[in-house]
Design a protein around this ligand. Structure first.
Ligand code: FAD
Length: 288
């Protein structure tokens, strides 16, 4: 099923994200994580491509496993570390396996990399155009409520985002954010630019102090004082930190839904227990 069909309906949806294991890990064991996530009945499940320490080599296979569990799958695809030829071979494999949804991304440019080489795509927009040429895929793109770290200004970032959507994005998913006001302001600015596709709100439950530090250093996100207090008080107490992180994410989602945001994407980081607890907290809000 195409994710655009899910997102164009007027009900609350919660989707989740997983990342593939490192090379050499037993893929069979990993598939158990997929099965656990599928039991939560998310609206769809997306699988990253070479992010968070996982390999890109398993993404297609994992997306296939997700579909086999009866949950619509999104396969992420980046172009930063691949040649155009490699990108095309992955698109062909996705088509062959009837994976209809692709989140088309550039990826982070590795430090000291000579990028782009002549046989590489420079921006996600080029990848989106190629995917559109290759078949009838539902295509998603990434967006950044606090601005992409490389963008000179938010306005410039939004202009490029508009071009990206016009090139063929059916929906957008935001980078994680911890202050909903940042997302609301972003939505207004995007709408003012004429960006009208669904913008799924990316929520990351931070359940360990180490995760908080890592997430801030990777994304440069603003962290509200309220959340800093949680880490100060509970950071050294794993069970309490986990409970507080789940409660914070739950509260963020309730506020979003109360303000008319229907589509939530949980960066569940291969933790079905965390995603499950959030969904249980929302059992009357998100009817599975
Ligand atoms: P782009 O859209 O190419 O934008 C990158 C920068 O270039 C921005 O500053 C933008 O303003 C600018 N720009 C865009 N178009 C143009 C243009 N035509 N000319 C000049 N400048 C332009 N990374 C992974 O490695 N694997 C994943 O699976 C993954 N999944 C993600 C999922 C989501 C929802 C998000 C938000 C991010 C994800 N990332 C992933 C991280 C992402 O790859 C990085 O943030 C990357 O730096 C930018 O990717 P992009 O697709 O947004 O790039």
């Amino acid at each position: 099923m195409k994710v655009s069909e899910i997102l164009n309906k007027d009900n609350v949806t919660i989707s989740c994200e997983i990342f593939p294991p490192k090379m050499g890990t037993q893929l069979e064991n990993y598939k158990a994580v997929v099965a656990e996530m599928a039991k939560l009945k998310p609206a769809y499940l997306s699988c990253t491509y070479g992010a968070t320490g996982g390999t890109s080599d398993y993404t297609v296979e994992i997306a296939d496993t997700i579909n086999a569990c009866g949950i619509p799958a999104i396969a992420h695809l980046t172009c930063v570390s691949s040649t155009k030829e490699k990108v095309h071979s992955v698109i062909a494999e996705l088509k062959e396996r009837s994976i209809e949804n692709i989140l088309a991304l550039r990826g982070d440019i590795p430090e000291h990399a000579d990028f782009p080489l002549p046989d590489q795509y420079k921006h996600a927009i080029e990848l989106i155009r190629e995917i559109k040429e290759e078949g009838d895929f539902c295509i998603g793109g990434a967006c950044y409520p606090e601005g992409h770290p490389e963008a000179k200004t938010m306005d410039e970032d939004l202009d490029y985002l508009k071009e990206k959507v016009e090139a063929g994005c059916d929906f957008l998913t935001t980078q994680l954010f911890f202050d909903n006001n940042i997302y609301y302001r972003f939505l207004y600015k995007a709408l003012a630019k004429g960006i009208e596709v669904p913008v799924t709100a990316g929520i990351m439950p931070l359940t360990t102090a180490a995760q908080v530090k890592r997430s801030i250093s990777l994304t440069g996100n603003l962290v509200p004082k309220k959340f800093i207090s949680i880490v100060d008080r509970f950071g050294e107490h794993p069970a309490a930190m986990k409970q507080a992180g789940i409660a914070y994410a739950t509260e963020q989602i309730i506020d979003l839904v109360a303000n008319g945001v229907n589509h939530i994407h949980i960066y569940s980081m291969n933790h079905p227990d965390v995603a499950g607890k959030i969904m249980d907290n929302l059992s009357e809000i998100y009817v599975r």
